[in-house]
Design a protein around this ligand. Structure first.
Ligand code: XMP
Length: 513
């Protein structure tokens, strides 16, 4: 695939993926590379520009990450953000020090004044809010640089050496809090790096299909379809590329939401592929009977999934390629350390140990989630699949608290469908990142007509989040909650009480199990 590339050089800041997404939103391809990447490797990528990210360190400490100074004589434009800006200043002869008083140490939304004759700020208003987060301060800017933005407390908010194509900003243009931040990134790409804007999903889709065809030739391809966005889009791409050479195995474990299995099957009926839907509900329910401990449930489901998949794969015989729906954040984050395991998320896409195949292909490994969705649209997948919210591999098994029965699963499915219908009807679907019902194992007394009931309590969960690592509970209007509650207790037997979960993550997690 030949397109212009920008390198996002990662110094450990928290917004690094966001910077890369912003660049891609401007139709320019970029890759995030560790700051330790040898210069020769960066040069081999032939970038049109480099962005130094922020980072948690102080540039004047020897232990902090630095760059090969030769990067500044290479002739490639550079935009330094926060730490990246300070690093550029420090390396090129400026002086960065710890801010001595609070006025120079800036954090949060800051009124900022821009020199709009500088290419970075071209076409922008002369002032606006920027998002600052720095404790260090550029006491002296390097020779050749002009000051191009200031705030009320800091004269050196942005620097530029137009002749060499070097730009630095103390604030974070990539976060939404910075007004016109995306325009600044756009300006860097188009005014400074002379980008052509050759990264579009239409183009990606066309090229990816051609490459997949060339790679696979007449070979056989196998894909485990979960119904989630990533595996669905990967399947659609492969279906478009190689049609009947593709076999999609959809293991229906009976733990999906209402109608989900049929929807997935219907979406793929337009392609001439081998679609194998394995109805494995009985198998899973038998294995899960009497199991109430969440990690135990996950383990059983993970193992059983592999077993079913393996059986189907054996019948199909040797395949040449196994497709995995790995996406770019997984690539960037792999090997990201050993954070404590809170829940053992099993990814139903990853099965290589058990299947006889020659090679793995990962057609989405360059794409962010929103790009995967765009690609899905490009491939004419229905919107309900493309916009599907994350759904855990173990499905509703971890949303029925305690031990599982088909009856409980069916009740949860009905209640969850009503919840989703009402959220959609209220137009709230796009503003809530994940929402679902949980069937608790608490029963309580109620009254229906003239009779006493002793039925289950259903919990409603809804969160807003950008990364699913932290989340806030969604403020659903009371009248919408009221409609949902009334409908569920009236329409679903065995549920007589509805509660709304108002805990953030942390301390809670998004799922209940
Ligand atoms: P938690 O509950 O850990 O969830 O806050 C974070 C995100 O991960 C999803 N999740 C899972 N996904 N297998 C998965 O594939 C799992 O076992 C699993 N558990 C949680 C959850 O839905 C949320 O989006």
């Amino acid at each position: 695939m030949s397109h212009q590339t920008v390198i996002v050089l990662d110094f450990g800041g928290q917004y690094n993926q966001l910077i890369a997404r912003r660049v891609r939103e401007c139709n320019v391809y970029c890759e995030v590379m560790p700051c330790t990447t040898p210069l020769s490797q960066l040069k081999a990528m032939d970038p049109i520009g480099i962005i130094f990210t922020g980072g948690p360190n102080s540039v004047y400490l020897d232990s902090s990450p630095h760059v090969d100074p030769e990067i500044f004589t290479w002739g490639v434009p550079i935009l330094g953000i926060c730490y990246g800006c300070q690093l550029m200043a420090h390396t090129l002869g400026g002086q960065v020090t710890e801010a001595q008083d609070d006025s120079a140490r800036e954090y949060g939304k800051t009124q900022t004044y821009y020199d709009t004759t500088s290419p970075l700020f071209k076409g922008l208003p002369q002032e606006g809010i920027s998002w600052m987060s720095h404790g260090d301060y550029m006491a002296k800017v390097p020779d050749g640089f002009a000051l191009t933005a200031h705030s009320d407390s800091c004269p050196n908010v942005a620097i530029a050496d137009e002749a060499r194509g070097f730009y630095g900003v103390q604030f974070h243009p990539e976060v939404n809090h910075t007004q016109h931040g995306i325009d600044m990134i756009h300006n860097f790409l188009y005014e400074v790096c002379r980008a052509k804007g050759d990264w579009t999903m239409e183009d990606y889709c066309r090229t990816a299909i051609a490459q997949i065809r060339e790679k696979i030739g007449g070979g056989k391809v196998l894909l485990a379809l979960s119904g989630g966005v990533d595996s669905s889009v990967a399947a659609a791409l492969l279906a478009e590329a190689v049609g009947s050479q593709l076999t999609c195995v959809f293991v229906d474990h009976g733990l999906m939401r209402k109608n989900e299995g049929d929807e997935v099957e219907a979406a793929f009926s337009k392609w001439d592929i081998n679609f194998v839907r394995v109805d494995a509900e009985q198998r899973f329910l038998i294995k899960l009977a009497g199991v109430s401990e969440p990690e135990h449930k996950r383990k059983i489901i993970g193992e059983e999934f592999i077993r079913v998949f393996e059986e189907v794969a054996k019948k199909i015989g040797r395949v040449d390629y196994l497709v995995q729906g790995t996406i770019y954040p997984d690539v960037i984050e792999s090997g990201a350390g050993d954070a404590a395991v809170i829940k053992s998320h099993h990814n139903v896409g990853g099965l290589p140990d058990y299947v006889d195949f020659k090679e793995i292909i990962e057609p989405l490994r360059l794409l962010f989630k929103d790009e995967v969705r765009q690609l899905g649209r490009e491939l004419k997948l229905p919107e309900y699949l493309v916009m599907r919210q994350p759904f855990p591999g173990p499905g509703l098994a971890i949303r029925v608290i305690g031990d599982l029965t088909k009856d409980k699963l069916d009740r949860l499915r009905d209640a969850d469908a009503i919840y989703r219908e009402e959220i959609a009807a209220a137009g709230l679907g796009a503003s809530i990142n994940q929402y679902f019902a949980v069937l608790t194992n608490t029963r309580s007394v109620g009254v229906m007509g003239d009779g006493r009931t002793y039925d289950y309590t259903l919990a409603l969960r809804a969160v807003t989040t950008s990364d699913f690592m932290t989340a806030d509970w969604a403020r659903i209007p009371y009248d919408v909650l009221d409609r949902i509650s009334t409908r569920i207790v009236n329409e679903v037997q065995g549920i007589n009480r509805i509660v709304y979960d108002i805990t953030s993550k942390p301390p809670a997690t998004i799922e209940w199990e």
